[in-house]
Design a protein around this ligand. Structure first.
Ligand code: ATR
Length: 274
C-alpha cells in the first residue's frame, strides 16, 4: 500500500524545518508517512493544492504567504481557523472535502504554558504587529483569560481594527507604538515581520514589567533582535518561536494521524542543532 503523503507549501520554503519535525514525529510514533516541502507562490497555490489532493495527498501545511489563501481554499474551516481567517493546516476528509484549521495559536499557548510554565491568566499581554501572525494568536490567548491584551502596530488603524474584531473576548485594545509609553506588560510577543530583517519596532523604555517575559514568534539560528531586546530589558525569559513551531506541527500531526507526539524531545534536538 502507498504511504500517506503530506507536504508544506510556502515561499520561501527551502529552510523549512517542518519536514524534519514531521519525520521525527513519525519515527517516534511509529507512523508511516512522507512529508516534503514544496515551493509554492501565492499565484499558483490553488492549482498546486488541487494537484496535491487529486494525486492522493492527505494533508497540507501552509505557511507565508499562503495562510489567507488556504483559509479561502478550504471547503469548511474550524471555529479557530474562522476567527483567525488564516489556515496553516488542510485536511482531506473522508467525504473528499477539505477542512481548514489553524494550529498556530494553540502551538504558541502550549509552548508558553506547558513548556515554559508561563501563566497567562490575569497577565497583561502586549502583541507587537497587526498582520496575519497576530490575527492567528489573539483568540487562543484571550481564552486563557488574561487581564488585558493590547495590540500595537506601526499602522495604527490596523491595530485598532484588529482589536475591534476581537473586542467581545477580553479587554482588547489597539494602538501605535508611541501610545505604549508609560505602560507595562507581563508578556510581550513580537508578531511583526521586523525580526526577519533583524529590526525592532520602536519600543519605549520600561515597557516590560519586573519578571516579565518576551517571546518572538520568529526564530533563527541566532537570537533575533527582539530576543536580544528582551535580554537588555532584563526579561525573566526571552524566547524565540522554535517551541511554537514544533507545537503547531504536533497539533497538525495529531489532527492528521490521531496520535500526539512528544514535542519536548524534538524541540531539544532542533535547539541543539542550530
Ligand atoms: P504576517 O502575516 O507575518 O503577520 P504581514 O501581514 O505582512 O505579515 O504583517 C507584518 C507585520 O509586521 C505588520 O504588523 C507590519 O506593520 P504594518 O502593518 O505597519 O506594515 C509589521 N512590521 C513589518 N516590518 C516592521 C518594522 N520594521 N517595524 C515595525 N513593524 C513592522
Amino acid at each position: 500500500m502507498a504511504i500517506d503523503r503530506y507536504a508544506v507549501f510556502g515561499q520561501p520554503i527551502q529552510h523549512s524545518k517542518s519536514p524534519r519535525i514531521h519525520q521525527l514525529f513519525a519515527e517516534q510514533t511509529g507512523q508511516s508517512l512522507s512529508y516534503v516541502a514544496q515551493e509554492v507562490p501565492a499565484e499558483t497555490f490553488t492549482d498546486a493544492a488541487d494537484a496535491f489532493f487529486s494525486q492522493g495527498g492527505k494533508g497540507l501545511n501552509c505557511t507565508v504567504p499562503l495562510k489567507e489563501l488556504a483559509w479561502a481554499y478550504a471547503d469548511k474551516n474550524t471555529g479557530r481557523a474562522g476567527l483567525s481567517k488564516a489556515v496553516n493546516t488542510l485536511v482531506l476528509q473522508e467525504d473528499g472535502g477539505i477542512l481548514g484549521d489553524n494550529t498556530d495559536g494553540c502551538g504558541l499557548v502550549s509552548d508558553l504554558m506547558l513548556n515554559h510554565g508561563i501563566a497567562l491568566s490575569g497577565s497583561r499581554i502586549l502583541i507587537l504587529g497587526a498582520g496575519g501572525a497576530s490575527r492567528g494568536i489573539i483568540a487562543p490567548l484571550c481564552q486563557q483569560t488574561p487581564h488585558s491584551l493590547t495590540i500595537a502596530n506601526r499602522s495604527i488603524d490596523k491595530a485598532v481594527n484588529l482589536a475591534t474584531e476581537f473586542s467581545d473576548m477580553t479587554t482588547v485594545t489597539g494602538c501605535g507604538f508611541a501610545a505604549l509609553a508609560g505602560q507595562q506588560y507581563d508578556l510581550i510577543l513580537n508578531a511583526t515581520s521586523a525580526s526577519l530583517s533583524d529590526q525592532l519596532p520602536p519600543l519605549p523604555e520600561n515597557l516590560l514589567a519586573k519578571h516579565g517575559v518576551c517571546y518572538d514568534l520568529a526564530y533563527g539560528n541566532q537570537p533575533t533582535a527582539f530576543v536580544r531586546w528582551g535580554w537588555s530589558q532584563h526579561a525573566a525569559k526571552s524566547l524565540d518561536g522554535l517551541g511554537m513551531l514544533v507545537e503547531q506541527a504536533a497539533e497538525a500531526f495529531f489532527i492528521w494521524r490521531g496520535v500526539r507526539p512528544d514535542t519536548r524531545a524534538v524541540i531539544e534536538l532542533l535547539d541543539k542543532s542550530r
